[in-house]
Design a binder for this molecule. Structure first.
Ligand code: ADP
Ligand code: MG
Length: 336
């Protein structure tokens, strides 16, 4: 029996951004381990510890004797200071944060354990929660600059806490499009080239992301570099068909709705097509994916080039076998 874990649009909440200058990457930071000179002092918001669970426990800790293992664990969590909310999904929230030792911007993602009970084996690390396991696979060296890195994680009673890299200044691509309007073709091309590099990296690590959409892409507002994030709907990549769907229905391919099965590569390419259409046209390509057939017509704004239309049409082929591979997309004349 086919199963589906749907994800819709999340409610968005944005608080004031950090005022400090962005740290572009770890190499530019002070090798001495202290705060780099161009970082402003931590704001009072950042005085909060990573979680309230943690501060409550800390208070109890001060009045009670404990085992020798706990303080070590707690001091690891204390390495991060929590800042404003960046985004909230169905199963958790993401906050901006700072690594106290060196001022590195991080994001702190809380994931409810109700979201998933799946654990995956990772070499040398035992069985890890799904999102942590998939991110561990894609974050191990050699890394891909277009895939967001998992830096650390904690196992709380009711939730997992993921410490992620946070490029600054950045926005997710959906917010970026809401603020700046849809992308022009040169910028969409730049985004797509990086997305394909990220997805090829995931493919090499046998990770299926399964939730490609603008909300799950971070864009640096300075350099327009992008990073793929949110592996919470992902899975290990396999050659056979999947009969379970997790992700966002608006980006899911027609074969899922019709036959309740799909393969990794055509699903990914369909969601690339929807994403590309979405960031260029500011709407979805079809009224309902359920009814898409080879005769379904796609309408484009006049300004879009022939090559661009042709690539989107190819990615959104009704039959999975007619869709391009990631290599085919990379070689498409639109990029020449
Ligand atoms: P969910 O699983 O709830 O969809 P995501 O991991 O997609 O959570 O994060 C939700 C939102 O939070 C993203 O769309 C983005 O706006 C923001 N966000 C997530 N991670 C980061 C990060 N590392 N840096 C900056 N913003 C982030
Ligand atoms: Mg998400």
């Amino acid at each position: 029996m086919a199963q589906m874990a749907e994800r819709g649009s999340r409610s968005r909440s944005r608080s004031a951004a950090f005022t400090q200058t962005a740290v572009q990457d770890t190499e530019t930071r002070d090798a001495s381990g202290g705060l780099p000179g161009y970082l402003a002092p931590l704001s009072s918001l950042l005085a909060d510890s990573v979680s309230t669970d943690q501060s409550n426990r800390k208070r109890k800790q001060q009045t009670a004797s404990t085992s020798s293992r706990r303080p070590a664990k707690r001091s690891r969590r204390d390495q991060y200071a929590k800042g404003p909310l960046l985004g909230r999904g169905g199963f958790g929230s993401v906050f901006a944060g700072i690594r106290r030792s060196d001022g590195l911007p991080v994001a702190i993602k809380y994931v409810s354990k109700e979201r998933t009970h799946t654990r995956l084996k990772v070499d040398g690390q035992g069985r890890l929660p799904l999102e942590v396991a998939l991110m561990t696979r894609v974050s191990s060296p050699p890394v891909c600059p277009s895939v967001l890195q998992l830096l650390d994680w904690f196992d709380h009673r009711r939730r997992y806490v993921l410490i992620l890299e946070r490029p600054a200044p950045c926005q997710d691509l959906q917010s970026f499009c809401e603020e700046n309007g849809c992308l022009d073709e040169p910028l969409a091309k730049k985004v797509l080239v990086q997305l394909i590099a990220a997805l090829k990296h995931c493919q090499r690590r046998r990770v299926l992301h399964r939730d490609i959409k603008p909300e799950n892409l971070l864009i640096s507002t300075d350099s327009h570099d992008i990073k793929l994030l949110d592996f919470g709907c992902g899975d290990l990549m396999k050659d056979s068909a999947y009969r379970y769907f997790a992700g966002t229905p608006a980006f899911a391919p027609p074969e899922w709705f019709r036959h309740h099965r799909y393969h990794a590569s055509p699903l990914t390419v369909w969601s690339i097509g929807v994403t590309l259409y979405n960031i260029l046209c500011d709407c979805f390509p079809f009224r309902g994916t359920r009814t898409v057939t080879s005769k379904s017509r796609l309408h484009f704004p006049r300004k879009l080039s022939t090559e661009c239309r042709q690539l989107i049409r190819w990615c959104l082929s009704a039959a999975p076998a007619d869709r391009p591979s990631l290599d085919d997309i990379e070689r498409h004349p639109w990029f020449q």
